[in-house]
Write a protein that binds this ligand. Structure first.
Ligand code: SF4
Length: 315
């Protein structure tokens, strides 16, 4: 049996039960308990994370670094130079002496650099979202959070909500959590509608209210569609009312009960209706084998890493 690595987000009394939950863990469990087991409980992930995930992570990091530079009073041009220098460094393989070879026509090193320039020109330079100042005087940028959800497992353990916000900012009379999402389709009204209902932005709004004591109205998402020779952007408000958040909490309470049952029985059922979602589940090759053959396949095709959302990012 594949051995789990130590992970501080799991219970000490039941090693299979995660008691510090972030939106990624919750989303994986809701999508398919077996997928959650492979990705989060065992931490077995594909050897190559793929161009889409890498591109999205690098875009996120570029935006965060840009905000840090601007809060240190750097000009737009200087902040952009700093971001591009870091991005080129991160996408350079020193051993192989070559740039990131994504193998994807639209998600590669060149399109990444041009998308960062176009995006920050469009939504960085004269951004109407004003970054909030926290009570400690620091700008509300790159914020790790954890707070008691008020929910408990059927075994009586408190469940922590945790994760990471890029920023908190004011826009007009509202206070929002800005976030970015790369998309394969145009970031239009249909794209915006896909976030409601949605675990990630409900949890982010709740975190802004509880962990940072702000009157948060929802999330502002910058959608980024990347093509071979173009990028399209769309900014949308994704509101969350108090009653929607209450519903999210009561639904999550039931998900935690189910998660606890899986942990106690050490059995995470397959949701075979989810295998084709999000471009196809990466564990399809595993699940389509006979149960006795799966572990060998996992060891051969995947690598183990620890997904611990209690790890703090930033300051
Ligand atoms: S292939 Fe299907 S059943 Fe298996 S983990 Fe993925 S979604 Fe779940």
């Amino acid at each position: 049996m594949i051995t789990r690595q130590p992970n501080s987000s799991f219970s000490v009394s039941n090693e299979w039960m995660q008691t510090a939950l972030d939106s990624t863990s919750l989303r994986e469990f809701k999508t398919c308990p077996r997928k959650y087991y492979y990705s989060t409980v065992l931490g077995m992930v594909p050897r190559d994370s793929g161009p889409h995930l890498t591109f999205g992570i690098l875009m996120h990091e570029a935006r965060e670094q840009y905000e840090h530079c601007r809060t240190r009073n750097m000009s737009h041009d200087d902040a952009l130079d700093s971001v591009l220098a870091s991005t080129l460094e991160k996408t350079w393989d020193r051993e192989l002496r070559r740039g990131w070879a994504s193998g994807h026509p639209a998600k590669n090193r060149r399109t990444l650099v041009q998308t960062i320039v176009w995006y920050l020109d469009a939504f960085g330079k004269d951004d109407p979202i004003e970054t909030l100042q926290l009570a400690n005087g620091k700008p509300a940028v790159e914020l790790s959070f954890r707070f008691d959800s008020g929910l408990t497992t059927p075994g009586g353990e408190h469940v922590i909500f945790c994760g990471h916000l890029d920023r908190i900012g004011h826009l007009g009379a509202g206070t929002y959590i800005p976030d970015i999402k790369t998309s394969s389709s145009e970031p239009n009204a249909h794209f915006a509608a896909s976030f409601t209902p949605g675990t990630q932005f409900s949890l982010y709004t709740l975190a802004g209210k509880v962990a940072f004591d702000q009157s948060i109205d929802g999330v502002i998402v910058d959608g980024i569609q990347v093509g071979v020779g173009f990028a399209r952007f769309g900014r949308h408000l994704i509101p969350r009312s108090d009653s929607q958040l209450e519903e999210f909490l009561s639904d999550t309470e039931m998900q935690i009960e189910t998660m606890w049952r899986c942990a106690v029985t050490v059995h995470w059922p397959q949701n075979d209706m989810a295998c084709g979602m999000y471009g196809g589940c990466p564990y399809r090759g595993v699940c389509s084998l006979a149960p006795a053959q799966r572990e060998d396949w996992l060891r051969r095709e995947f690598v183990q890493r620890v997904w611990d959302p209690l790890q703090i990012r930033g300051e």
